[in-house]
Design a protein around this ligand. Structure first.
Ligand code: A3P
Length: 336
């Protein structure tokens, strides 16, 4: 595995691709896809067809199934065996929806916020389980709540529930992620007719002219700081990092890596993913009759940001990225 080369910044000041040998364009790929595809023996699990998944389970999710149907099909509400813990605006919804294409995966549709919200956490693990969708016993349930990644108490709480749980983190180039975060908050403020500062004003401290590390959108993008907290509880091999920039441009290889990490047979194919030129993103094809794109709130147009501020942020994130790179390389080796 190559060691990070600070010189190799694709000519962009301060921009550090996770893999220095990767083509320019942010945080991708974490390391060459081929080296992240170890030979493996997937679990032998009986698989239902996607049509079936869109049938009974879909009805169940809408609350339309009877108790007899639940008993007859031996359906259960299972605690998640994998959680997408973040990062906010990294592409968490796209990742969950795309994984849900797999016949052995069942997603919790809503963000449950069990581990990051004290009130929910106090309701206990049975409350959490009851929030889970019905599934067949051989299927695995996945939930996503991106606030988990940055919330202090969460690693310990998840560890107490299941110390061998698999943890998925999806990251994007940190400055882009921060702007995406800002754009989401801005939209909320505009909806409520509230005034809001420009990104530049929030991201740069006007007294020092340095990056404002008190700004949450900046802090969230310091991935390595958060990951280090998680590593106090979980060994590296329980994490898998998804390259969110690549999930946008070429999702299938990233999804195949996740299938392997979850020890699932490869079932998501190019058939399940088609590029929708109007949306400018990949959309999902479950079967011949059922397609869907993500909601319009995913894939917002970002405001223009002063290029000098972008460069300053990229320079700021550079050392943190280097560290994150080192951890994720060891992670790829462990998982390989
Ligand atoms: P932008 O709105 O900034 O473009 P999250 O689900 O964690 O909130 O992440 C939202 C981001 O997912 C979007 O950020 C978008 O770029 C990204 N994304 C990745 N794949 C997507 C897809 N197929 N459709 C829509 N958005 C996708």
């Amino acid at each position: 595995m190559p060691s990070p080369d600070p010189q190799s910044t694709c000519g962009l000041v301060g921009q550090t691709p996770i893999n220095p040998q990767a083509p320019c364009g942010g945080l991708q790929p974490i390391c060459p896809i081929e080296s992240r595809l170890p030979p493996h023996e997937p679990e032998q699990i009986p698989l239902r067809t996607l049509q079936f998944k869109r049938g009974l389970l879909h009805e169940l999710r809408k609350g339309n199934a009877t108790k007899d149907q639940i008993r007859l099909h031996n359906l259960v509400q299972q605690l998640p065996r994998a959680i997408i813990i973040g990062v906010r605006k990294g592409g968490t919804r796209a990742l969950l929806e795309m994984l849900n294409l797999h016949p052995a995966v069942v997603k919790a549709s809503q963000e449950i916020h069990f581990f990051d919200n004290d009130q929910n956490y106090a309701r206990g693990i049975d409350w959490y389980r009851e929030k889970m969708p019905f599934s067949f016993p051989h299927q695995i349930t996945i939930e996503k709540s991106p606030a988990y990644f940055i919330t202090e108490e969460v690693p310990e709480r998840i560890f107490k529930m299941n110390s061998s749980i698999k943890l998925l983190i999806i990251v994007r180039e940190p400055t882009t992620r921060a702007v995406s975060d800002y754009t989401q908050v801005l939209e909320g403020k505009e909806r409520k007719n509230k005034t809001y500062h420009k990104f530049e004003k929030l991201a740069i401290d006007s007294n020092t002219c340095e990056v404002n590390t008190k700004y949450k959108a900046v802090r969230t993008s310091i991935y390595t700081k958060h990951l280090e907290r998680w590593l106090k509880y979980f060994p590296v091999e329980q994490f898998h990092i998804v390259d969110g920039d690549r999930l946008i441009t070429d999702p299938l290889p990233e999804l195949q890596l996740v299938e392997r990490f979850l020890n699932l047979p490869s079932r998501i194919s190019q058939y399940n993913l088609y590029f929708n030129a109007t949306r400018g993103f990949y959309c999902l094809r479950f079967n011949i009759v059922f397609n869907k794109c993500l909601a319009g709130s995913k894939g917002r147009i970002h405001p223009e940001v002063d290029p000098s501020v972008v460069s300053k942020l990229q320079r700021f994130f550079h050392p943190f990225n280097q560290k994150f790179y080192q951890i994720t390389v060891s992670l790829a080796v462990e998982n390989g």
